[in-house]
Design a protein around this ligand. Structure first.
Ligand code: GLN
Length: 472
């Protein structure tokens, strides 16, 4: 048996039958990481001592013969924007290079209470800004399917760790597509939860009205197990909501699936289009009703997103002043110089670009013209989905217009990077959930299907995803 191949469910069953211990499983992953990760670059930092002590604890619970949680003793990785107490949390930035998390994020508290094992922290675009992990201040994560290509971003390290069997599952975060895009590029499952379904407490904030933590896993069933474990109301996040997620037994036959006509026009790779259309055809043959829908404001989504996000970024990143957290310039003559130099040295080009754009968009002379206008468009995009869900139960679309691109191919062209979010960011502006599910390959490059649902309909999304997973 190859321990690294097992899903959460299979590993849980193996632990139950005492085929292996959590310590053995954890050591298997740690040695794979040490052997393989020089090549992939999924991890920024291993939490080996923590992992082994958690595994030991899990083994004690398991050997006591009591029932134990699905996640108990199963090793995972965590995006390095999520705080794990006593461990470094860099958010992929020089400004936080030596920052040690003083407390656990709520999702980590939840995982720990279920007996999970945390192997390490994974690479990301700086402060989660990007689509390729090329914006990380530390390294570029390679796509396990083709080492010359990007793993996607910003949770690229998380997706690559699962795809390369260096973790059984991972936690990522999604602001405009950062769970779904790397999941699609790497060929794993990634769920972006409804805004408010999962607590953001302890997630390094990028754009607070959009950020959500979610699972990256080998299978839909695993994603569901993780989602159930991390979701729900948290007093530390006022935007989180009571949510007792339960699996639904969705009747697939007769279900109405919307296909947004705006998502299948210019710019989509014909091979990606073919794979998605083939899935739609197969689902139709199994009794699903396919209905063309329109999301007319899609064309404004990127422009709207790239005003709102930088605006929130400029406010959120103001806290990194060289005093409160992380890097602090020591040669400065006065306080103002500490601010300037620490931020100047600490932030990379993408956060700087967004701070500038955001500060401009929020400035008194331009607020109405940019930020307010973007918020109005955000409402229109939200209404597009509200109207669509009057006619259909779920929506199918590609995750990204192209499969994983070559490392370096787009680094000099931020706009072409921004365009990668075209199918993933409208969902975020509307605050609704969506999954990325691997459904095909172009050569050895995976292609993901996006299944979008209405607010708090993760159960329907997961049921449909699991139906399609079995259909493949
Ligand atoms: N690519 C998008 C951005 O750069 C999304 C990133 C994310 O979801 N964290 O903003």
């Amino acid at each position: 048996m190859n321990l690294l191949e097992l899903t959460i469910k299979e590993a849980h069953d193996g632990l139950k039958k005492k085929d292996f211990s959590s310590t053995e499983l954890t050591r298997a992953y740690l040695s794979e990481i040490k052997k393989n990760d020089k090549k992939i670059g999924a991890y920024l930092n291993l939490t080996e001592d923590l992992a082994l002590s958690q595994a030991k604890k899990a083994d004690e619970i398991i050997s006591s013969g009591k029932d134990f949680e699905f996640l108990a003793g199963i090793p995972c990785s965590v995006k390095d924007a999520i705080l794990v107490e006593g461990e470094k949390c860099t958010a992929g930035s020089k400004i936080l290079e030596n920052y040690v998390a003083p407390y656990d994020a709520t999702v980590i508290k939840k995982l720990k209470s279920k007996g999970a094992v945390i192997l390490g922290k994974t690479n990301l675009d700086e402060f989660a800004m990007g689509v390729s992990t090329e914006n990380s201040a530390f390294k570029v994560t390679k796509n396990p399917n083709d080492l010359n290509r990007v793993a996607g971003g910003s949770s690229g390290g998380s997706a690559a760790s699962v795809a390369s069997k260096e973790a059984c599952y991972s936690l990522g975060s999604d602001t405009g597509g950062s769970i779904r895009l790397p999941a699609s590029f790497c060929g794993v499952v990634g769920l972006n939860p409804t805004y408010g379904a999962v607590s953001r407490s302890g997630l390094v904030a990028m754009a607070s009205s959009l950020d959500q933590i979610g699972p990256i896993a080998k299978t839909v069933e695993d994603a569901e197990i993780i989602f159930k474990a991390i979701s729900g109301k948290d007093p530390l996040d006022a935007t989180s909501k009571d949510y007792n997620f339960e699996k639904s037994n969705l009747k697939i036959e007769g279900l109405k699936i919307g296909i947004p006509k705006e998502y299948f026009t210019d710019g989509i790779d014909p091979e990606v289009k073919k794979i998605i259309e083939n899935i739609i055809k197969k689902a139709k043959e199994r009794g699903v009703k396919i209905i063309e829908i329109s999301l007319p404001n899609t064309e404004y989504a990127i422009a709207c997103y790239y005003i709102i996000v930088p605006s929130e970024v400029s406010a959120n990143l103001a806290r990194f002043d060289g005093i409160k957290y992380g890097l602090s310039n020591k040669s400065s003559k006065d306080l103002f110089e500490v601010y300037l130099k620490s931020r100047g040295e600490g932030f990379g080009p993408e956060p700087k670009r967004r701070i500038l754009v955001g500060t401009y968009a929020l400035s008194s002379g331009y607020y109405d013209e940019y930020y307010k206008k973007a918020q109005e468009i955000r409402n229109l995009i939200r209404e597009d989905f509200i109207n669509a869900f009057k006619k259909v139960d779920l929506i199918f679309s590609p995750v990204s217009p192209i499969p994983a691109f070559k490392i370096g191919e787009k680094t000099n062209d931020p706009l072409s990077m921004y365009l990668m979010d075209i199918y993933t960011c409208p969902v975020k502006l509307a605050g609704i959930p969506a999954i990325s599910l691997p459904v095909g390959k172009i050569g050895n490059l995976p292609v993901g299907l996006q299944i979008i649902g209405n607010h708090f309909q993760e159960n329907n999304i997961l049921s449909m995803a699991s139906f399609i997973e079995k259909m493949l």
